[in-house]
Design a protein around this ligand. Structure first.
Ligand code: ATP
Ligand code: MG
Length: 418
């Protein structure tokens, strides 16, 4: 059984859409697949057409330390023969508080999934948009992490944090997690989308999946109709993309297993990816004592949550240009004009409508450039760029200077940035 957690603390990057449609596509290809809705928002449950108010028991009752617990099997719903769902409910958000101080609270989901191990080929976990205890449970249970990333510079900045969390879990719990990154909401006609794809290739290298998920309105419509795209529209780009994703993941799994079996044959003491709690305690030189175990979890947890917060830093220098960004949740159209485009207004991409973030990649050679934003028709100095100068017409222009060779920027970014 392969357990794949779909996680990214960034909201709206396609976690749920991927969880629903990847699990549906895997089951379409004959894999027995369980989708676990680990998000109290319950979007996977809703997106598959279920009204949680009709259920007596959900994942909350399975994970809750209170009385009248349910078994995982009791709450599983059959969407079709191969596609099953563990539904969520908003009350799941109370679990973090309820499990505070409870022995093994970060392993609850892992323990429950063990009880259905022989029933499934794949378990897909839809995580909430934060790195809280629920996501931590998912990463503890999973062998694989799938990170959906939508084309925005802000998403790139958040990747460092999730990678640090995974490193911490791997190091501390000696629990190996294979990472896959997936570009979602891709627009092949946007040069910004293509730029982010090349940045992701630099950052993730062979962890980046070949498949990209294109923007496709049928995916949104399928969720609104309470169906996976496999049941909603098999002619759509969304169906094709998620089927490609499912086959690529199946293919990657066979390659990984082959490499692991070679490694196991060559090494006298192969690495065990499933250490018991006692072994974890031993690796910290701790006695097998529940109180100390909890403090171990707290230590990892404390470090994970204290990792550097995401910060938006525009303009962002890249190897071959700059990403300009503008933040205003009320703006309806943000454009840029500068000496690099002969002062012709060009629209920025709305990459995060909720936060009102607009971005654009401008390819630039080393040099000094002046520009302005045009926000809903008004000329505006870039508020995030502290360098500006008066222009001959009595206004102010923002200025960027690209003075270093691309190699220097590349070296600096690989050690400092994303
Ligand atoms: N490839 C796509 N094409 C078009 N719309 C999409 C695509 N992927 C996701 N969406 C839409 O974008 C919105 C956010 O997607 P989704 O809910 O999957 O993100 P999420 O990461 O699960 O969000 P959250 O962090 O809130 O859980 C939804 O309205 C969804 O229908
Ligand atoms: Mg979601």
């Amino acid at each position: 059984m392969r357990i794949v957690a779909i996680a990214n603390q960034k909201g709206g990057c396609g976690k749920t859409t991927t969880a629903i449609n990847l699990s549906a596509s895997l089951s379409f290809l004959g894999k027995r697949t369980l989708l676990v809705d680990l998000d109290p928002q319950g979007h996977s449950t809703l997106g598959l057409g279920y009204n949680v108010e009709n259920f007596n028991k959900t994942l909350y009752d399975v994970l809750s330390p209170r009385e009248n617990q349910a078994s995982l099997e009791e709450v599983i719903l059959r969407i079709n023969e191969n596609h099953h769902l563990v539904p969520s409910h908003v009350i799941l958000s109370a679990i973090e508080q309820q499990l505070a101080g409870v022995y093994g609270r970060e392993e609850k989901l892992m323990e429950k999934l063990r009880t259905v191990q022989s029933h499934y080929d794949f378990v897909i976990i839809d995580c909430p948009p934060n790195l809280g205890l629920l996501t931590f449970n998912a990463l503890r249970a999973a062998d694989e992490l799938l990170i959906p990333v939508e084309p925005s510079y802000f998403s790139l900045q958040g990747l460092k944090k999730i990678r640090e969390t995974v490193d911490l879990i791997e190091e501390t719990l000696k629990h190996h997690i294979t990472t896959h990154a997936l570009l979602t909401l891709f627009n092949s006609r946007s040069n910004f989308s293509r730029k982010i794809l090349s940045e992701l290739q630099l950052f993730f290298k062979d962890q980046l999946l070949r498949t990209t998920i294109n923007q496709n309105v049928r995916l949104r419509e399928a969720a609104q109709a309470g169906m996976s795209v496999c049941d909603f529209d098999r002619k759509s780009t969304g169906f094709r993309d998620y089927m490609n994703l499912a086959s690529e993941l199946i293919e990657r799994g066979s390659v990984t297993r082959l490499i692991e079996s070679y490694q196991a044959a060559e090494t006298e003491s192969p690495i065990s990816f499933n250490e018991t709690r006692t072994e974890i305690a031993d690796s910290f030189n701790l006695p097998d004592d529940p109180v100390i175990e909890i403090s171990t979890a707290d230590k990892i947890w404390g470090e994970a949550t204290s990792l550097k917060q995401d910060t938006l830093q525009f303009p962002a220098l890249l190897t071959d240009g700059v990403i300009l960004g503008y933040n205003d949740p009320h703006a309806k159209l943000v454009q840029v004009a500068g000496d690099f485009n002969n002062w012709v207004n060009e629209a920025l991409d709305p990459t995060d409508l909720q936060r009102g973030i607009w971005e654009k990649f401008i390819p630039l050679a080393p040099g000094r450039y002046r520009y302005k934003f045009i926000v809903d028709g008004e000329w505006t100095v870039d508020p995030q760029n502290s360098v500006s100068e008066p222009n001959p017409y009595g206004g102010i222009d923002s200025v960027i200077v690209i003075s270093r060779m691309p190699e220097e920027i590349l070296n600096e970014r690989s050690s400092v940035n994303i």
